[in-house]
Every structure is written in structure tokens, then in C-alpha cells.
Design a protein around this ligand. Structure first.
Ligand SMILES: NC(=O)c1ccc[n+]([C@@H]2O[C@H](COP(=O)([O-])OP(=O)(O)OC[C@H]3O[C@@H](n4cnc5c(N)ncnc54)[C@H](O)[C@@H]3O)[C@@H](O)[C@H]2O)c1
Length: 471
């Protein structure tokens, strides 16, 4: 079943240029009209269909929902979105759009497919992949009929590993063909927001393509390279994870602003003014600062001020579940590091760095002090190197804290980094000054375990068994 003017011809007998030469990339050129199929005509699919048709491409939309197909046949959009009705009317009249429920028809008539079917949450929260698996089976079954190369772009949000471990095997099994050789497969996360999706389509924050198939990347670069944003090529799994990281980040930001709003209101403070000013800081707040996976936070300010804010909320009966769990999450991160050392079964630990971050002698609420105390409690042999803390032991502002609160730890400190590295089975490294890096490169051994909490440079030069904190 199909409607619309016949702008498409079957590509079933097109020669296979990639078989004659090493096909790795399309030459970069001005956007030229393509024949594109879109599977799933919901928010993502319908907007892509309309915008790609507007940009001069020929589109076939495929959906299993006959009501949506009927609306589209009448030139009406199946979704409510700013500007979509007008745009759909225009592209429908252009003759460049038709819709069908036939996967075969769409695959044979196009050389590039976007899969935009839903991946809703199951009742247990898991993603329901049934629609995308079904469509992959159907597409795979048609691919052998084609003599031209087909590029399949997954745009539905799928958990990391889904494209390579679920979708690719289904396509290969159904087609008897091999991805990256007989057809191309890649993942391109969609960043549009409902309500402003046409505007977002034209001004995305970035275009990200996850693929190890150079041809697929070059096809998408030809198609989307003109957009006013960075075009990023990365691995499939990174692109899949990125979409989840973005959405989790947005959810956290909304919740953060609302929790700050609730406590500010209870304290008689204008929350909007507070958040406006918070966003003015592009150095520490709205910036990459504090957004690199690494070790737990600590020090004299963050834990103390978070606790004070939570107390202020508690005595006013204001619930701040997200902020209330931040310290618990931080503790879980420290436990993760402690477990990595304890589960190794090694008994002698050298800690390179003790203060909560390098460049300071401040030991208050240092996660490394918590780690050291746990190692001592478990009876491990511990040795600690931290030149800044050593100076503090003699003269610094922390002298009293060291002498009164952690004398048992201070007594384990050494100034001899080389001997510490040579004599310990496990190294917990939280400093990356050039002298520390050079000493680690020179003196580590393959039988040692090195837990890196600061993402050391030249990690491949380290001879110890390397364990990154969360990388
Ligand atoms: N809505 C958004 O703003 C947004 C933004 C970014 C990413 N995403 C992701 O994009 C995907 C699609 O989202 P959506 O909001 O457009 O979903 P949607 O539910 O609005 O649309 C999905 C469409 O797929 C169709 N469909 C289901 N099975 C099919 C099949 N076998 N063949 C053809 N069509 C089929 C459905 O009938 C429906 O029309 C999801 O994975 C979603 O997480 C959505």
C-alpha cells in the first residue's frame, strides 16, 4: 500500500559501485537529494520526514498505525508540534513524500533508512525493544533483494550495546549479510525536544554519529554536515550512552532547580534570582567543571554546606530527596574504591596523595582519609606519600587537625616516594604532578595493582595492573 506521486523507483538493479573499489567514504559534497525511508512516524520520525522533505530529499514514511498513515496521506501531521502542520502540508504538496505500511517497498525504493520506532519502558523499567527488533527483522529480510548498498541509521534511543549486540545480529541473521560489508549500520542519537522539534532539528546542539563504518559516517556528514553545529564521529556505544547521559543530566538539572526552589521559598529567598545568578557563572557552574568522572568530592566546603542546607530543609519540613542522597552517592563511590583494593586480596597499600585534591594540604572530609582509615581497620599495611600534607604537619593550618584528629594516619606518612612505590602491592594514586607520574612510570611492576583516581597521563607507560576509578 502506498500513496503519493511516483518519485521513487526501485533501486533493485542499481550497480554496486562499492564492490569495484574500496568503498569507505562518499566524497563530501553539497547536500544532494537522496531517497530516504523513515520507520516509525511518531515525534522523531514525523519531524525528520517533514524536515528532510523540505530540504529537497524524497521520503517514504513507514508506520504500522493506519490512522497516522491516513493523516499523512491527507497532508496532515500525525503529531502536534509547532509549525509541523504547515510544513507537512507543504512537503506533501511537493510530491516528495509518500507513506506506506510496506517495509519491503520502502527499503527497495531508498538507500538510506532512519529507524525511529518507539522504545518505551516496560513495567519493570527495562526498555521494550520489541518494535525495533521487529523492524530490524523485516528490514533484514528485504536487504538480500537489493543490489545497491543500504545504510541503516538507528535514531530510537537504545541502551549501550543494543545496536551491536541486538540489532546488528538480527539484521545479519534475517539478511544473511554482514554489517559494514554488505550494508551499513550506525547510531545517531536524536536531541530534539517536543514542542520545539523543528527548530531543534535545524539547530541541534551537535550531530553525533556512532559507527565504525566510514561509509555510513560520510553519508550522514553529507546529509547533516551543513547544520550549524559540530559533527562528531564516535563509537556506537558512546553515542548510545551519550543519549542516556544527556537525558539523565536534563532530569537532574530540572530536579536540582526545583529542590533549590523549594528550600529557597521556605527560606524566603527568590529562587529565580538565585538560579539566574547561578547560571551567570560560566566558569564553575555552567561549564565542564566538575563534570569529569573521577573520584568522590570532599574538602572543607562541599560536604559541610550540603549538610547545612539539608538541615535547614529538614527543620522546615522541606523534602529534598535528590540533594539528600548526594552524600550517600559520594560514599558509594568511596566504597567502590575501597572494595577494589580489598577484593584484590593484597595486603600492603601505598597511597600517593591524601588531601581531598592535589595542590592543597586540606584533609578535612578527604575521601582518601576515609579510605586510609578503612585500610588500617582491615589490618592492611599502609604507607602514605603527600608532600603538601607533610609540610602541613610541620607548619600548616592543618597541623592541629592532623595532630588531634588523625595522628594514626600522620604516623604512616613518608617522604620517600620511590620506596613506597617499590614496596607496596597496591598503589592508590590521587596525584598527577610530573614527579609523581615519572616515579610511577619508572618504578611500578606488573605484579602490582594501581588504582587511579585522577586519570593519570600516559597510562600505557605504567607497568602495574591498571584500574581506572570509573573508566
Ligand atoms: N519524542 C522525543 O522528543 C524524542 C527525542 C529523542 C529521542 N526519542 C526517541 O526516539 C524514539 C521514537 O520516539 P517518538 O517519541 O517519536 O515515539 P512515538 O511513540 O511517538 O512514535 C513511534 C512510532 O513508531 C511506530 N511503530 C511501532 N512499531 C513499528 C513498526 N514495526 N514499524 C513501523 N512503525 C512502527 C508507532 O506506530 C509510532 O508511530 C524513541 O526511542 C524515543 O526514546 C524521542
Amino acid at each position: 500500500m502506498s500513496i503519493g506521486p511516483e518519485t521513487f523507483t526501485s533501486s533493485a538493479h542499481v550497480p554496486r559501485p562499492w564492490l569495484d573499489e574500496d568503498r569507505t567514504e562518499e566524497p563530501l559534497r553539497a547536500v544532494e537529494p537522496r531517497k530516504i525511508s523513515i520507520f516509525g512516524l511518531g515525534y522523531v520520525g514525523a519531524v525528520s520526514l517533514a524536515c528532510l522533505a523540505r530540504d529537497g530529499h524524497s521520503l517514504i514514511g513507514v508506520d504500522i498505525d493506519s490512522n497516522k498513515l491516513e493523516l499523512l496521506r491527507r497532508g496532515q501531521a500525525p503529531i502536534v508540534e509547532t509549525g509541523i502542520q504547515e510544513l507537512m502540508r507543504t512537503v506533501s504538496a511537493s510530491g516528495r513524500v509518500r507513506v506506506t505500511d510496506s517495509v519491503r517497498e520502502a527499503i527497495l525504493a531508498t538507500d538510506l533508512s532512519f529507524v525511529c520506532v518507539g522504545t518505551p519502558a516496560s513495567s519493570n523499567g527495562n526498555q521494550d525493544l520489541s518494535a525495533i527488533v521487529h523492524i530490524a527483522e523485516e528490514i533484514g529480510a528485504v536487504l538480500p533483494e537489493k543490489s545497491s548498498h543500504h545504510v541503516i541509521v538507528i535514531r530510537s534511543t537504545v541502551r549501550p550495546g543494543t545496536v551491536e549486540e541486538v540489532i546488528q545480529p538480527v539484521l545479519e541473521r534475517a539478511s544473511g549479510m554482514k554489517a559494514a560489508r554488505d550494508f551499513s549500520l550506525c547510531f545517531q542519537p536524536e536531541f530534539l525536544r517536543e514542542g520545539s522539534s523543528i527548530e531543534d532539528y535545524d539547530h541541534p546542539p551537535m550531530t553525533v554519529v556512532g559507527s565504525d563504518d566510514a561509509y555510513a559516517v560520510s553519508v550522514l556528514k553529507n546529509l547533516f554536515g551543513h547544520l550549524p553545529c559540530e559533527f562528531v564521529h564516535t563509537t556506537v556505544r558512546t553515542a548510545e550512552m551519550l543519549k542516556y547521559a544527556c537525558n539523565a543530566f536534563h532530569a537532574v538539572k530540572v530536579t536540582f532547580a526545583n529542590e533549590i526552589g523549594r528550600i529557597a521559598q521556605a527560606l524566603g529567598v527568590d529562587a529565580h534570582e538565585v538560579m539566574r545568578l547561578l547560571c551567570l557563572d560560566r566558569q564553575l557552574n555552567i561549564s565542564p567543571a566538575y563534570l569529569r568522572p573521577g573520584f568522590a568530592f570532599g574538602g572543607s566546603c562541599l560536604p559541610k554546606d550540603l549538610k547545612a542546607l539539608l538541615y535547614a530543609a529538614k527543620i522546615r519540613d522541606v523534602e529534598l530527596p535528590m540533594l539528600a542522597n548526594v552524600l550517600a552517592s559520594n560514599s558509594a563511590h568511596i566504597e567502590h574504591a575501597i572494595d577494589a583494593v580489598l577484593s584484590s586480596g593484597r595486603r600492603s597499600v601505598g597511597m600517593v596523595g591524601l588531601s581531598f585534591k592535589s595542590g592543597t594540604d586540606d584533609l578535612r572530609e578527604s575521601p582518601f582519609v576515609i579510605m586510609a582509615e578503612r585500610f588500617i581497620g582491615k589490618g592492611l599495611k599502609l604507607c602514605i606519600y603527600d608532600p603538601e600534607v607533610n609540610v602541613a604537619r610541620l607548619i600548616g593550618a592543618n597541623k592541629r587537625f592532623i595532630e588531634e584528629s588523625i595522628p594514626h594516619i600522620a604516623s604512616l606518612m613518608t617522604t620517600d616516594l620511590e620506596t613506597l612505590i617499590r614496596s607496596c602491592d597496591v598503589l592508590v594514586v590521587s596525584m598527577k604532578s610530573p614527579d609523581v607520574v615519572a616515579a610511577l612510570e619508572a618504578h611500578t611492576r606488573p605484579d602490582q595493582l594501581l588504582l587511579d583516581t585522577v586519570r593519570l597521563p600516559r597510562r600505557d607507560q605504567l607497568k602495574a595492573h591498571y584500574l581506572g576509578m570509573c573508566w
